[in-house]
Design a protein around this ligand. Sequence first.
Ligand SMILES: *[C@@H]1O[C@H](CO)[C@@H](O)[C@H](O)[C@H]1NC(C)=O
Ligand SMILES: *[C@@H]1O[C@H](CO)[C@@H](O)[C@H](O)[C@H]1NC(C)=O
Ligand SMILES: *[C@@H]1O[C@H](CO)[C@@H](O)[C@H](O)[C@H]1NC(C)=O
Ligand SMILES: *[C@@H]1O[C@H](CO)[C@@H](O)[C@H](O)[C@H]1NC(C)=O
Ligand SMILES: *[C@@H]1O[C@H](CO)[C@@H](O)[C@H](O)[C@H]1NC(C)=O
Ligand SMILES: *[C@@H]1O[C@H](CO)[C@@H](O)[C@H](O)[C@H]1NC(C)=O
Length: 518
Amino acid sequence: MRCLSLELKLGPILLLLICATITTKAAANGDGYKQCEHTVKKWAFSSQDSEIRDDKHVLRNLLFFLHVPRTGGRTYFHCFLKKLYANAQECPRSYDKLRFNPRKENCRLLSTHDDYSMMAKLPKEQTSVVTILRNPIDRVFSTYEFSVEVAARFLVHRDLTSLSRMAKRARLKAGGVSTLDIWPWKYLVPWMREDLFARRDARIRKGQSYIITNDTYNMEEISMPLRDFINDPIARDIIHNGATFQIAGLTNNSYLAESHEVRRCVLKYQSLGQYVLEVVKKRLDSMLYVGLTENHRESATMFSNLVGAQVIAQLTKSSSNSDFSIDNGSEQRPLLPNSKSDANHQENNTYRKLKKVSSTSKDEAENINMDAGKLMEAYESCISSLRNSQSERRAKSLKRISPANFTKEARRKVPELLLQEITSLNSLDMQLYNYAQNIFAKQQALMVQNMVNSENLPSTLDEHAHNNSNSLPSWKVIVLAMTSLLSSNLKDYDFMVHPRKIPIRSTNGGGKEWNASD
Ligand SMILES: *[C@@H]1O[C@H](CO)[C@@H](O)[C@H](O)[C@H]1NC(C)=O
Ligand SMILES: *[C@@H]1O[C@H](CO)[C@@H](O)[C@H](O)[C@H]1NC(C)=O
Ligand SMILES: *[C@@H]1O[C@H](CO)[C@@H](O)[C@H](O)[C@H]1NC(C)=O
Ligand SMILES: *[C@@H]1O[C@H](CO)[C@@H](O)[C@H](O)[C@H]1NC(C)=O
Ligand SMILES: *[C@@H]1O[C@H](CO)[C@@H](O)[C@H](O)[C@H]1NC(C)=O
Ligand SMILES: *[C@@H]1O[C@H](CO)[C@@H](O)[C@H](O)[C@H]1NC(C)=O
């Protein structure tokens, strides 16, 4: 009708144009398969990084820790990275994208739950990315449990109104970043919180007449059953295939406007997920380090070898010959730094920090033990106090939803069918995890090779360190100290004493169960 009335005024040619425009627009909004395929392919093409650089094993200026929620990354952040980098070197508000501005400060470490689209804000050529992946089923369980656990803390309040009044005041006072400001918890926790309050109200209304089942993961009177949780649109939005989407830069927290269209298409047409997966695999390939939550022992050792040792070298180097060496990272071979720059460093914050854990003296051998001991103490106390406070907090908040209790026994009773459902909702992440296991094995081989190399160092390097009482400890000492720190912490001296014998373990299981926090 509109077209007809227009015809009178504008004539047939213009009419044709207008009607054609309207039709095209309708198709574009319709998310049709063809249109979606085009959108996703276009994204995949533009996201392919130019071929993998062969210096990917060399730490660049900025270390970007892409922290996938519930993979145990907090341990790495607090007990490694925070110990290696000075506060001033940490990018401000790493977990708060609103205030994040990497160009403003000359920061060296960025750790965040924000996705890969963050790279658009970073100097790409100067950024090394590291991440940790976890078995997707465990990650979903952990996400569920943590959401409920954090939400349960709020049950001290009588109702949601008194809660929000309190929260406002607390936030004004603290002015800081809380779990509730951080994606994805800023969606998951309020969702669970509302749910817990509603179920509690319902119990109160019913008096004593309700029955509580003994199945924690399906305890409708207390909390949202796991089955309902995984099938909710919110879970689809931000949990399932979360690792793939995060590394793709396609979470619903993405910085890039076009990401949201791509993401809609992939959620709508499952087969398009393969394009995303291919991009993500390539990105994993070009990362400096990929850890696995399940293999915590090996992952942590590897982290110290492939990342930690280079961080130390980089920081000591940059404090010695200022900005010159920083931009020439590609010259530096991993694990074999230039000893010359070590010799004429200037004492500095970074240096002092390192020196505290690994000071030098005439007798190197004695030092290895002493420093390893000190380092070990620091790491062990860090990790155990982190664990203790985590489990204390967890126990305290789970009391509020008793008899629900997330124990191993309770988890074993979850029906197989539900596990299969989680698997199929996370098919991209399942494939990605398999792929990451292969990368992990390759990294292990690289680490062995590095350790063999550092064993065969020309002796001049050691001598050099010997006759300069003011010099930094040699590279080898640092590597050994860090390695022994980790392996002894983990009761596995084999890593240090017999570097050639590092077992390439099967990537399934083996590691101690790791109770990841964020
Ligand atoms: C719940 O109780 C029933 C019978 O009392 C028992 O067979 C079942 O294993 C229990 N389930 C859990 C999760 O404890
Ligand atoms: C992300 O997901 C959450 C939970 O479903 C939703 O509330 C939020 O609006 C989403 N954000 C965007 C940008 O789509
Ligand atoms: C540390 O070294 C850097 C580079 O040499 C220098 O710019 C900085 O001021 C030093 N910091 C301190 C506290 O000496
Ligand atoms: C890095 O090293 C190369 C080769 O040694 C040199 O030509 C270049 O100027 C250096 N770059 C910087 C920024 O110092
Ligand atoms: C939950 O289970 C753990 C381990 O079995 C136990 O130590 C804890 O007391 C339980 N908590 C509650 C609130 O029942
Ligand atoms: C220090 O080492 C150099 C070789 O790196 C050697 O020429 C020199 O004699 C040594 N100095 C002392 C005091 O041992």
